[in-house]
Design a protein around this ligand. Structure first.
Ligand code: SF4
Length: 66
């Protein structure tokens, strides 16, 4: 049910987005969205995070370690 959404969690803490993802690196940026480091951890070249991805994340999302 929609009413249950977010009862127990802060919206910025657990939602899937690049901002909450351990693979986002905003220190190596050409744009303020940062770089996705998932690719270099899987034998590929890192990519800039596109604006249409940054707020929704992707299937490789993993929460940041606290
Ligand atoms: S694109 Fe996917 S893996 Fe990369 S930072 Fe965003 S959510 Fe994480």
């Amino acid at each position: 049910m929609a009413a249950e959404k977010g009862i127990n969690s802060s919206p910025h803490d657990s939602e899937r987005s690049c901002w909450n993802c351990r693979y986002q690196d905003i220190t190596r940026q050409n744009t303020f969205l940062g770089v996705c480091t998932w690719f270099s951890k899987h034998g590929r070249k890192d990519k800039q995070i596109p604006p249409n991805k940054v707020d929704v994340g992707c299937n490789h999302f993993e929460p940041k370690l606290k």
